[in-house]
Write a protein that binds this ligand. Structure first.
Ligand code: ZN
Length: 158
């Protein structure tokens, strides 16, 4: 009836890259490095959905040596993951996620992130939770070397 999955991802912060989180282009002096748009939040969410289905991770589905996924819009990849989920007979029950970033302040962008994710997952915004926290200037997120994200997804049989 139900399946639960967890996802975790980290990307390095670097100059001359956009900061895309939850499909929102956020003004900041640094962005996340990666083969795709490096949307660490959406990557953690995709891994949580694939984890719930025991289908491995996004590296398996979208290999980073595949030029099709160079600078890919991760929200589009999430749509594909949700298609795989549907093909396996499941829909989203709810998703809870946390972005860990020292800077910038993410509160103004949370609603738009939830909207983007809900649209890609074909569910209601009330089923998608996005939270943001800092690690009190400790560790790699605190030192602004990178941003990490955690997600858990509960899937319900269609
Ligand atoms: Zn990633």
């Amino acid at each position: 009836m139900f399946r639960i999955g967890h996802g975790y991802d980290v990307h390095r912060l670097t100059e001359n890259r956009k900061l895309i989180l939850g499909g929102v282009d956020i003004p900041h002096d640094k962005g996340l490095l990666g083969h795709s748009d490096a949307d660490v939040l959406v990557h953690a969410i995709m891994d949580s959905i694939l984890g719930a289905l025991a289908l491995g991770d996004i590296g398996h589905l979208f290999p980073d040596n595949d030029d099709n996924y160079k600078n890919a819009d991760s929200i589009k990849l999430l749509e594909k993951v949700c298609q795989v989920m549907e093909n396996n007979g499941y829909k989203i029950g709810n998703i809870d996620s946390t972005v860990i970033a020292q800077k910038p302040k993410l509160a103004p962008y949370i609603i738009k992130m939830r909207e983007n994710i809900a649209e890609a997952c074909k569910c209601d915004i009330s089923q998608i939770s996005v939270k943001a926290t800092t690690e009190e200037k400790l560790g790699f997120t605190g030192e602004m070397l990178g941003i990490s994200a955690h997600a858990v997804s509960l899937l319900v049989k269609i």
